[in-house]
Every structure is written in C-alpha cells, then in structure tokens.
Design a protein around this ligand. Sequence first.
Ligand SMILES: Nc1ncnc2c1ncn2[C@@H]1O[C@H](COP(=O)(O)OP(=O)(O)OP(=O)(O)O)[C@@H](O)[C@H]1O
Length: 285
Amino acid sequence: MTESRLHLPETSVPGGGTDIAVEDVHFGYPGRPVLRGVDLRIGAGELVALIGLNGCGKSTLLRLAAGLLRPSAGRVLLGGDDPARLSRRAAARRVALLHQSAPAVPGMTVRQLVRQGRYAARGPLGMLREGDDAVCRRALADVGVADWADRPVDSLSGGERQRVRLAMALAQDTRVLLLDEPTTYLDLRHQLEVLRTVVRLRVERGLTVVMVLHDLAHAARFAERLVALRDGRVAADGPPAEVVTPELLADVLGVAGRVGRDPEGGWPVCYPDHPIAVESDNRFQ
Ligand SMILES: Nc1ncnc2c1ncn2[C@@H]1O[C@H](COP(=O)(O)OP(=O)(O)OP(=O)(O)O)[C@@H](O)[C@H]1O
C-alpha cells in the first residue's frame, strides 16, 4: 500500500449526530509535523479504537479532540463547538480524557484523586456539591475499586493506578470519553475487565468512546470501528471484520502475519509473525 487507504467508508451513525468532527486537521510540534490532513467523524454513541505505530499521532489526536491542542490548519468540533475555545470547565463537562500518565500528588488518596474529576468539571472555584460524592463512588465502583477510596495513590501498583485514573475520568460524568491506552500496565484479566466495563458503560449511559489501543486483538474484539493512523492521516477506517487484514498488519503496523476469525465470536484474530519495515512518516520530518 502506498497512497491508498485500506478501507475508508462514509461514517455516520443513524440518528445519532456527530460528537467529534475532525476536518482536514494538520498539527505538529516544533520541528515535528505529526498530523497532515486527518478527517474523521465520530457519531454519538460510537465505540472507536484508534490504532497505529508509536509516535503516529494517536495521543495528539485525542488531545486535539479534547481541546488541549489547537490544529495548525483544519478544524476540530466537539458537539459542534471548537473545544479549544471552550472554557476549561465547559470542556470538562463535555469530554473526559484519560491520559497515558498523570502524576499523583504525594499522599493523595484515591478518593481525593477521583474527586479531581469532579473539580475539573466544576472549574477551579467550583465547590463540590451534594451528588458529587455519589458520582465519585459510582466511578470507583464502575472500575471495581470502591474499597480503595482511602488508599494513598502512591501506594498503588501501576495497574491499580491505571484503574483509579479511569475512575477519575468517569467521575467527570461526560458523554464523550477519550481513553489513551486504558489497559496499559493491566494484567490480562484486568484488561478484559476494563474493556468490558467500557463497553457496558457505553451502552448503559450512551457514551461516545474513542480509545487508543495497541493490542489489535482487543481493538478488533471490543470496538465496533477501527481507525488506523499512518503518515499523519487516516489510513483505514471501518468495522474490524473489514479493516483487520494482513495488509493492515503490514502497511500500518509493520508486522507480517495472518488474520483469522474467532471461532465463536467471529471477530478477527491476528497471528503476527515478524516485524517488517514500513514507510515511516519520518520521511516528512
Ligand atoms: N509535547 C511534545 N513536543 C514535541 N513533540 C511531541 C510532543 N508530544 C508528542 N510529540 C511527538 O509527536 C509525535 C506523536 O506523538 P503522540 O504522542 O501523539 O504519538 P502516539 O501515536 O500516541 O504514540 P504512542 O503509541 O507511542 O503513545 C511523536 O513523534 C512524539 O515524539
């Protein structure tokens, strides 16, 4: 594959409207172009997995969608508005972003950290109101860590911290959830638990979820739509059964391998063999 996009259907959600629109977005850091014309529409209620090689711009795209960065060209709309122009408080009410890592203040308890999700939604001067504690408790329960409320965050393992940070994002109680590698540090059991929780919450609460996943098996199984970035653009976009092919493995992920089907669930299953060279976006550095 050189110029081509592997699979790029019209994306629309029947009756759902668009929660995130990314229109011909360009973005780079000083001396480092990253996105070179990304077009993407994510409908209300969709569950999308974003995949691609390290450094291809997945986190950058989430940060643009959350309004933490502004595109150098093109535009991003979140519920019809430019998220970078919303106040921090207004943006925090619309979108929660689980970052890849967030430092914990020494001595802060899990309860205090998760409450930060509510403070973000209320703004710097916002007082926690009645009901905020219930939202925090629910968020902790959602990820199965209700018993940890009084534990210092810095006493938790990497995987435990990851689940608490997911609870913090859920405590924002937004309809749009952006999850940057939500399963990092988690053992297989907890990876499945977190992903099943995301799928459940998305249905129960009508969430729109975009999650960056490196594990293609999980992406293919749990997301209904895969978006692959390569060379600063969307290289493939569609249902896992159509998008996950040996060509995707080779051209987007740099892996030679085979693709089969789960005998019971029917979702694509990859059998990666060996790494191969990909035309890297380094060429436009
Ligand atoms: N603050 C920054 N300043 C300069 N360059 C940055 C900054 N943040 C990211 N980059 C660079 O931009 C590129 C895209 O980074 P980004 O974090 O979006 O990639 P990613 O696809 O999420 O990668 P990974 O899979 O490794 O998490 C990378 O080359 C990275 O080094």
